[in-house]
Ligand binder design. Structure first.
Ligand code: HEC
Length: 121
């Protein structure tokens, strides 16, 4: 590697690791749950969370309907774990590492506004 390339790479690393960049990813600037949902989840789970997104019919396992008792009786923590790690042998893959922790919580909150939690009595 030439000396010039090494200098450019070190500058890029310094810039991307600086607090200036990580500040952009901080809670104040994280994308809203709805924006994240529409970008990553809507295509399967549908606009209102009924599991009827434009790509739903192409999935081998049907996407969850968040209005079902099965989904609404899950705690936020259960939903978060599923969104982080995915569901084995299903098209629901994990999103851990693809979004910030705040964004994961935001998207769970958004699902809860579509279909509120009902405790399993
Ligand atoms: C490629 C299609 C697809 C995409 C994209 C997708 N999901 Fe899913 N999701 C599924 C499928 C299929 C299941 C159901 C698996 C099963 O039957 O257990 C599921 C299940 C879930 C569940 C569990 C519901 C329950 O009651 O068990 C949650 C929560 C969830 N998805 C959230 C999300 C979020 C949030 C996103 C976007 C960040 C997302 N999904 C993106 C296909 C998808």
């Amino acid at each position: 590697m030439s000396k010039r390339a090494a200098i450019i790479i070190s500058i890029l690393i310094a810039v991307f690791c600086s607090s200036w960049v990580s500040a952009q990813l901080g809670p104040g600037n994280s994308r809203s749950g709805q924006v994240i949902y529409e970008e990553h989840c809507f295509r399967c789970h549908g606009m209102t969370g009924n599991g009827d997104g434009p790509e739903a019919s192409r999935q081998l396992v049907p996407p969850a309907n968040f209005h079902s008792l099965r989904s609404r009786s899950k705690t936020d923590f259960e939903l978060l774990t599923i969104v982080e790690y995915g569901v084995a042998f299903s098209p629901m893959h994990g999103f851990l590492g693809r979004m910030t922790d705040d964004e994961l919580l935001e998207v769970i909150n958004y699902i809860r506004t579509l279909a509120p939690f009902i405790p399993n009595l």
